[in-house]
Design a protein around this ligand. Structure first.
Ligand SMILES: *Cc1c(COP(=O)(O)O)cnc(C)c1O
Length: 362
């Protein structure tokens, strides 16, 4: 089998070194004679794995002690419910800064099921027809229990590089697709949530990083398995956690640490994104509709100028062993997801393919 380049948006590419280590250990974890997926989550061996993963994440992101780190299930959408169930008192309201598909889903989950959410549309069309985030629209309303934003809109290819000033109102963010891709100051946030399947490891694991003073206020209707207070009291082992995804996340964290940490990945991700967007901007065959100030470094959304070539483009990509380039179904077009695991070479290969395809069809 020849090498396949995987630009899937999620579940997505995992570093080959991590995949290989998991494979080697799969049937016999560290001489125990059984695999990690066969082991009690309460065994000393597994407890060590779980604790090490948390310690590594704390180190990589410089997470202060007054924040809890919770390893959960239920995915990003589970957290769209967990956020109001944990942070929105009865009769209160929250501000939702909507910049794309996922923040809109979070807004709907809150407003249609749990309580009052105020919608702030924060993407504007510029004079040149491209789209940008308008940070001036991110204003908290008086008495808001929290403000919500998605720091990287995986579907739309929009990333927030600035943060709104929310004063004393806790800022809660979804970083499912850009966690660990660039440095952030955790202290700026009330809570950060992310699903593992974009940038960290296999699906199944969802992580919440939450300031401890925000715990203890969950709704009585909050299921225990989504209740951050319960999970923190039980060290994320209130019920059986997704042991394998948690273990693989730990391997990915170790991989990141060994290559120089988040600062190093940030540099690499910047270089990768620059290469790809510069090519697209310079080539009349392709169009990127998000303005440079709001472009995602990890989800590059683009279209062919002649969209009647879409099917042919995807078929040719597949023939060249480039997969996962089809855009999200709600948006169409193309999308290349180039998360932490994707080396620069994978972007070079993609640019080379884009160039060859354009030449053959111009
Ligand atoms: C994928 C994704 C989600 C949804 O995650 P699920 O685990 O499928 O619920 C939410 N937010 C962002 C930013 C995502 O990329």
């Amino acid at each position: 089998m020849s090498k396949v380049w995987n630009y899937n948006a999620g579940p997505s590419m995992i570093p080959p070194a991590v995949m290989q280590q998991a494979q080697q250990e799969f049937c016999d974890f560290q001489g125990t004679g059984i695999g990690i997926v066969e082991m009690s989550h309460r065994s000393p061996e597994y407890t060590a794995v779980a604790k090490e993963a948390e310690a590594l994440l704390r180190e990589l992101m410089d997470i202060p002690d007054d924040y809890a780190v919770l390893f959960e299930q239920g995915g990003g959408r589970g957290q769209f419910a967990a956020i109001p169930l944990n942070l929105l008192p009865e009769g209160a309201h929250a501000d939702y800064f909507v910049t794309g598909h996922w923040s809109r889903c979070a807004y709907k989950e809150c407003s249609e099921r749990f309580g009052k959410a105020i919608l702030h549309e924060c993407v504007v069309e510029n004079a040149d027809g491209r789209y940008s985030i308008d940070y001036s629209k991110m204003q908290v309303t008086p008495g808001a229990a929290y403000a919500y934003a998605c720091l990287n809109e995986t579907v739309n290819g929009i990333e927030m590089f600035k943060l709104p000033d929310t004063g004393d109102v806790p800022l809660v963010v979804d970083m499912s697709s850009n966690i660990l891709t660039r440095r952030i100051d955790v202290r700026r946030f009330g809570a950060i949530i992310f699903g593992a399947q974009k940038n960290v490891g296999p699906a199944g694991l969802t992580v919440t990083i939450v300031r401890r003073d925000l715990l203890g206020h969950s709704s009585k209707y909050c299921p225990s398995v989504l209740d951050w207070t319960v999970l923190s009291q039980y060290d994320s082992m209130y019920n059986t956690p997704c042991t394998f995804s948690w273990y693989m996340a730990g391997l990915a964290f170790k991989w990141i640490k060994n290559l120089g940490g988040v600062a190093e990945l940030e540099k690499r991700n910047q270089a990768k994104a620059e290469l790809l967007y510069n090519f697209i901007d310079a080539h009349p065959f392709y169009v990127a509709k998000i303005a440079p100030d709001s472009r995602s470094r990890v989800n590059c959304v683009f279209t062919l100028k002649d969209e009647s070539l879409n099917a042919e483009f995807l078929a040719a990509a597949k023939e060249n062993h480039l997969i996962g380039l089809k855009g999200h179904k709600v948006l169409g077009g193309m999308r290349a997801s180039i998360y932490n695991a994707m080396p620069l070479e994978g972007v070079e290969v993609l640019v080379d393919f884009l160039e060859r395809f354009a030449k053959a069809h111009s």
